[in-house]
Design a protein around this ligand. Structure first.
Ligand SMILES: *[C@@H]1O[C@H](CO)[C@@H](O)[C@H](O)[C@H]1NC(C)=O
Length: 184
């Protein structure tokens, strides 16, 4: 193992509250408590919309490919696992985690709600919420999921190709926290 990977490994062991040479049970407990402090909350921001030509709709999307959703407004990021520019959470500590996301979209009368947002883990689809409706013009939905994360696993939200989230971007929320870390 090279020096850099070793440093990174030791760094992540420390972040997980696991240090090899702990001298007392109290120290172990303190380090364990440190491992529990992983949580984040982030929202989309109003400036993420663009006006769709020929309409009055102001939306994030549609794009011609699936797009990771950035949630730039971070109000909590204990443990620094959440990267706001990418909207990606990386588990530095293996364990069981809970994630939630809320999607919101509102279009004018006669407009079409058309979104699908899915939670991705390491590039694979986890859970999703969606709407394709011509009868109402506003909707929100929330998903909560508990999942096992190994060190380095990544979770983010993706807006599906062709879909859009309109109006009040700040109602779109992404949160997560550790439920308990695995011990090594
Ligand atoms: C970020 O979120 C906070 C808390 O909800 C809010 O008060 C603030 O206005 C938001 N900032 C932006 C730029 O959206």
């Amino acid at each position: 193992m090279g020096v850099l990977p070793l440093v990174l490994l030791l760094g992540s062991l420390f972040l997980c509250g696991r240090v090899a040479a702990l001298s007392s049970a109290i120290d172990v407990l303190k380090q364990d408590a440190h491992g529990f402090k992983v949580s984040f909350k982030a929202t989309m921001t109003p400036n993420m919309v663009i006006e769709i030509p020929g309409t009055t709709e102001r939306c994030f999307g549609p794009f011609n490919t699936n797009v990771p959703i950035p949630f730039p407004n971070v109000t909590l990021n204990s443990g620094n696992g959440y990267n706001p520019s990418m909207g990606v959470f990386t588990a530095l500590c293996p364990g069981v985690y809970m994630f939630s996301f809320t999607t919101y979209s509102s279009v004018g009368e006669g407009g079409r709600l058309y979104h699908k947002v899915q939670l991705m883990k390491n590039g694979r689809m986890g859970v999703s919420v969606w709407e394709n409706n011509r009868e109402d013009a506003e909707d929100s939905a929330t998903q909560v999921v508990v999942m096992e994360m190994q060190r380095g696993d990544q979770v983010y939200l993706e807006l599906l190709s062709g879909r859009k989230l309109c109006t009040n971007m700040e109602y779109n929320i992404f949160t997560g926290h550790i439920v308990y870390p695995y011990t090594v």
